[in-house]
Each structure stands twice: as structure tokens, then as C-alpha cells.
Design a protein around this ligand. Sequence first.
Ligand code: NAP
Length: 246
Amino acid sequence: MNKIALITGAAGGLGRAVAAELVAEGWRLIVVSRDAGRLAEAYGAAHLQIEADCSSVAGVRKVFEQAAAADLRPAALAHCVGNIRLGPVHRMSEADFDDCLRANLVSAFHTLGGFVGALREARSPGAAVLVSSVAAQIGTPNHEAVAAAKAGVEGLVRGAAASHAAVGIRVNGVAPGIMDTPATSAILASAAGRDAVARQYPLPGLGSAQELARLMAWLLSDRAARVTGQVWAMDGGFAQIRPLVK
Ligand SMILES: NC(=O)c1ccc[n+]([C@@H]2O[C@H](COP(=O)([O-])OP(=O)(O)OC[C@H]3O[C@@H](n4cnc5c(N)ncnc54)[C@H](OP(=O)(O)O)[C@@H]3O)[C@@H](O)[C@H]2O)c1
């Protein structure tokens, strides 16, 4: 397997953390955002930078065409596109729900499709990691939209892992609890807000993009060569155990 990795949502909090981990492990990167300026701000002139929207088939096609034109054919995919749209099912607008599905599920489906299609055409092995959320596994108030979208991502992980295992393509997911990234800056802005969120988790503290990025880098590496079809929780115990009343 070559050491070329594609990171989508690469200008975001998790995307940047994954990029740092993969560079440290000797990968060459293709980084994607809808905004070239954000990529330049994050990476300067480093890496192959592609401006595209991975939530459409046309956007994904552009990514693989530009990568191939630069003679870069990724063997690893870290799909870090997504958003958080909170609100109960009866109060969420159609536009917000559509945006949530598009960012979290539709983008994962099309990006994985482009990645797997290119690998299969080249008869090459590879590994992908998609990002779910604790909300897919345990009912969490006001998370209906993101829970539905991320549950779809987890189904996609298992389905695609089954389809492509025989040709050496691994597909896994990660399911974090809340992490301190731009997506959660409003929720975690105040000390009181951070404290209230942290108290919901059995383990003390809040998650970080760096620790999830280390898990994602491991899943993409040959060290995880026998791992596919799994969704790995990294959530301070949120989805499986109850916290003591604090
Ligand atoms: N932060 C958390 O607490 C948390 C918890 C559970 C799961 N997650 C998941 O972790 C992943 C990374 O999130 P993050 O925390 O790093 O957030 P982030 O900093 O906001 O990065 C997410 C990136 O996704 C891209 N994006 C957002 N909406 C999009 C849309 N409609 N179409 C295409 N691209 C879109 C944006 O990229 P551009 O604008 O640059 O194109 C953005 O930079 C997401 O899947 C998120 O759902 C995060």
C-alpha cells in the first residue's frame, strides 16, 4: 500500500489534526476543502490542495481527477467532513435537516464511492476511515438529525467493508464524543458550558481532535491490517456506561 492519504474537511479541526498525525507518520497528503483560502491558511504551500465540495458526485470526481493529474493515487482516506445541527425533530427546518444529511452522510457516501472506485480500478488495496458520533449509538436529546445521519454512516462502514474486504480494501469508522473544534466553539465557549458538557461524560475532561486523529491514523496504517467493518468509540465512556452522579 502506498503512503498517500486523502483528507476531506481538511481545513476543519479534526482534519488538521489528522493531517499532523499522518505527516508525522510519513504520509504524503491530498487535502480538500470547499474553500481554497482555508486550505492555504492551514497548510501554506504544503500538500496537494484541492478546492471541492465532497457532498456532490461532481465535487468528488474533481478531487480524484486533480489528484490523478498530479500523479497522486491515495491508498488512505480520512473523511472529516461533517456538521452538527441540533434541535428536536419537530422544530428542525427542512433546510437544516437536508444540510445535516448532506454534510454527514451524503458526503461520506460519495467520497467513499470515489475512493473505492479508484482503488478497484487500479487493483490496489487501501483503507478508509469515516467519522460517526456517540449520538448514533445512544439516544441524546436534540440530536435527532445528526443521530440519523451518523447511524447511516455506520451502516455505510459495515456495508462497504463487506463489499470490498476480498480485494484488501478496509473501511472503518470512529465515533467520538464532543471534541474541542470549530464545530463546537459556541457550545464550549464559556467555562460554565465546558463544565456542564464535561459532567455528562464518565471519564473526566473533554475529548480532543488530536487523540481521535491518532486512532484514525492507526486505523489507516498497516498496524490495523486485520481490522475492517468496525466503528471505534472514543467517547470517555458516554455511549456504554453511566457516569456516577457528580
Ligand atoms: N467536534 C465534535 O465535538 C464532534 C463530535 C462528534 C462527531 N464529530 C464529527 O467530526 C467530523 C469533523 O468535525 P470537526 O469537529 O473537525 O468540525 P469542523 O472543524 O467544522 O470541520 C468539518 C468540516 O466539514 C466541512 N463541511 C461542513 N459542512 C459541509 C457541507 N455541507 N458540505 C461539505 N463540507 C462541509 C467543512 O469544510 P470546508 O468548509 O472547509 O469545506 C468543515 O471544515 C465531522 O464529521 C463531525 O460531525 C465532531
